[in-house]
Design a binder for this molecule. Structure first.
Ligand code: DX5
Ligand code: ZN
Length: 238
């Protein structure tokens, strides 16, 4: 008993308790796609927590990326947590297959078509963890009713569609509000931020309550990916 309490205190003092834990999710949109397996090894060696896989259908956003067969191929070569971000118009139609093909987390947008509750239920039934994503113009309040059913909320900090954009500071107020609501409800829901995340903006987002930091261009352009990931985790998460 004493040892457990002592370990808890040590974890809190050194910022290692689960509550304070932060994760980095690397967006492979910025990877060298022709050498994806090498890039995956680089993520593993750099102790990156998750691989962020952006699926765009040219309808929900004005860009097309990759989908199911690529996810399946990635799943075959790595045990990394696969964090799939669906920027597609009809997520309900596909969530089951993304889970089957290896997704650990599946995020879909509240602004997309289909029934949000049913889509969340489908994700849960398929065994994956469920996340709801909101675009910069969508209010924080729109996710409140769904919080008890979520593993994660994804707050977009740029307009979805492309990597390499600049962080939008006005989105941070939403992270704070969602964090406050999660605490109020006593839930264990992660908050992910995605878009324009670098050492500086990660600190701002972490201080607001974000604990999953998606990063594409900042991580993949870094000479030393492991130390870049460490820098992302440096800011507070409370
Ligand atoms: C944008 C994507 C992001 C993007 C992040 O629509 O959802 O995941 O790849 O890339 P950076 O970190 O370069 O903004
Ligand atoms: Zn994304």
């Amino acid at each position: 008993m004493y040892r457990i309490i002592n370990a808890d205190i040590t974890a809190v003092l050194f910022g290692r308790s689960d509550k304070l834990k932060k994760y980095v999710s690397a967006s492979v949109l910025s990877a060298d796609l022709l050498n994806l397996e090498d890039e995956i090894r680089r993520l593993e060696q750099s102790k990156i927590d998750m691989l962020h896989f952006d699926v765009m259908d040219g309808l929900f956003v004005n860009n097309i990326t990759y989908g199911l067969p690529v996810l399946k191929a990635i799943r075959k070569v790595t045990d990394l947590t696969l964090d799939v971000h669906l920027m597609i118009q009809d997520p309900m139609r596909y969530v089951g297959r993304f889970a089957e093909y290896g997704a650990d987390y599946i995020s879909f947008h509240i602004e997309s078509d289909g029934n949000t509750t049913e889509t969340l239920t489908d994700i849960k039934n398929s065994g994956a963890k469920a996340a709801l994503a909101i675009k910069p113009a969508t209010p924080a309040e729109s996710v409140y009713d769904y919080l008890p059913y979520l593993d994660m909320v994804l707050v977009m900090t740029v307009e979805p569609g492309f990597g390499g954009q600049s962080f939008m500071p006005e989105t941070i107020e939403k992270v704070k509000k969602i964090k406050q609501k999660i605490t109020e409800l006593g839930l264990d829901v992660l908050i992910q931020v995605d878009g324009g995340i670098n050492a500086e903006t990660a600190k701002i987002a972490s201080e607001a309550g974000a604990n999953v930091l998606v990063s594409g261009s900042y991580l993949f352009k870094a000479d030393d990916m492991a130390s870049a990931a460490e820098k992302l985790k440096e800011g507070s998460s409370e």
